[in-house]
Design a protein around this ligand. Sequence first.
Ligand SMILES: [Fe+2]
Ligand SMILES: [Fe+2]
Length: 175
Amino acid sequence: MKKKRLDEIIRVDHAGEHGAIAIYRGQLSVLKLIGDKKTSEIILEMAQGEKAHADEFDRLIDERGTRPTVLMPLWNIAGYTLGIMSAIAGKDSVMACTEAVEDVIDGHYSDQIKELENSGKESNILETIRKFHVEEIEHERIAKNEISENTPTLRAFKRLVKIGCKTAINLSEKI
Ligand SMILES: [Fe+2]
Ligand SMILES: [Fe+2]
């Protein structure tokens, strides 16, 4: 695998994990304000998982000398805004947000795992992504279980979040 491609993988995953933290930060600030402790606890636990993921990609960015995406400030603002908006709309949209994001990330990490397996190189990064992939699928499962009513509006919201996520992924690999 070429350094350029490996840099793309590290760059986009680094951006994504920090984006996830930004979403949860936005959600947690609203949930705290409205006093929804139960939802906060579920979100906080998943946010802690994302913190561990982001820390590992911070380390890889340093170790490999990978340039982070120039879009980091944008993803932080967009993630935080999405977090706030979804939490204002209620618990179901909080959970729908995680379900939609993790569905895209499931596919994204699966693709990277296949690519790294085929390259036969970078077994440490492969193991890291495999581990995170399992944890993201668990987040998706938890969020899906917490949704009380999957309305057409909620489904439309999930489609929108997925499109945003895919766009962010495509941009962050390259720039
Ligand atoms: Fe993550
Ligand atoms: Fe996650």
